[in-house]
Design a protein around this ligand. Structure first.
Ligand SMILES: [Zn+2]
Length: 294
């Protein structure tokens, strides 16, 4: 990344469950890489999927950041502030505009397939484009809008400290959903729109979201917004639980509070991922240890 460019990164938790160690690990790593570059850190809370959002989960995010001693430059100061000023539901028109731009530049189609149908056709939920030629029209609550991705074009993902990786999106996500059946734009659309509008240029996320990064870079290219090509990515390893499963809310990872993990444990885990054997007690100590190791 050019040194003249200020780093802007973001924390973007989804308030659909209590945070687990994997989330905290991501927060600490994001904070660290932003501070190492003297960048700007935003807090964004991805609440567009309102069916799973609960106030106590939003509260948990603020309590956790306070417990970690993690400060950010922009974003909501608490749950009330978030709901009235920062909720993604307030930006739904921006997301619809992105969908509109994509539709002007690429082939899309409505898909009627139910979740059950998708699982029956393809147990790994790799959608084969069944509805592509059915010429279905919008039916509120029944149809999702999907994009036909290009089978040829390669997308490049710039990884921090590594060579850029090229991949074709069609092989991994041939027909991504742009608008869900409830007529709300998808995660990919909302996340890309926010990252572009908020001028985010460093994205720190788990390796499980690599395909999402690819999809978002692809969408950005369709709407000819090249700033996204300048985004630097850092896809980190996922933290293993006792059962060696990656920690995600869908797998019911326990809240970090239930595991009684200490801050020292958390920050040491981040340090170890960077081959630093110190056991920092705070984020500031962690930053110091990283700086001293270079
Ligand atoms: Zn379908």
């Amino acid at each position: 990344m050019a040194s003249s460019q200020t780093i802007t990164s973001r924390l973007a938790p989804t308030p659909s469950g209590y945070l687990h160690m994997g989330n905290l690990y991501n927060f600490a790593l994001t904070w660290l890489h932003t501070r190492m570059g003297n960048g700007r850190l935003l807090l964004r809370i991805d609440d567009l999927d309102q069916t799973r959002v609960r106030d106590q989960y939003i509260d948990d995010i603020f309590h956790t950041l306070e417990w970690m001693g993690l400060e950010y430059e922009e974003g909501p100061s608490g749950t009330g502030d978030f709901k009235t000023q920062y909720s993604q539901t307030l930006r739904i028109d921006q997301y619809r505009e992105t969908v509109h731009l994509i539709r002007n530049n690429a082939e899309t189609f409505y898909c009627l397939c139910s979740r059950k149908e998708l699982e029956r056709l393809s147990p790994d939920r790799f959608y084969q484009g069944t509805c592509r030629y059915r010429k279905l029209t919008f039916d509120n609550g029944q149809t999702a809008l999907r994009l036909v991705t290009d089978e040829q074009s390669m997308i490049s993902i710039s990884e921090e400290n590594e060579e850029a990786q090229q991949q074709n999106i069609h092989q991994l996500m041939p027909f991504p959903v742009l608008v869900k059946k409830d007529n709300v734009p998808s995660y990919q659309v909302a996340s890309l729109t926010d990252d572009l509008n908020m001028k985010v240029n460093l994205l720190v996320r788990g390796k499980d979201l690599w395909t999402s990064s690819l999809a978002q870079a692809y969408l950005a290219r369709i709407i000819q917004l090249d700033p996204f090509e300048k985004v630097n990515f850092l896809h980190h390893d996922l933290i293993s639980g006792n059962d060696h499963l990656k920690l995600s809310k869908s797998q019911h990872a326990p809240s970090y509070r239930k595991t009684h993990a200490s801050k020292k444990y958390l920050f040491s885990m981040v340090a170890r991922s960077m081959n630093i054997m110190e056991q920092p007690e705070s984020l500031e100590n962690l930053l110091e240890a990283v700086k001293n190791s270079r």
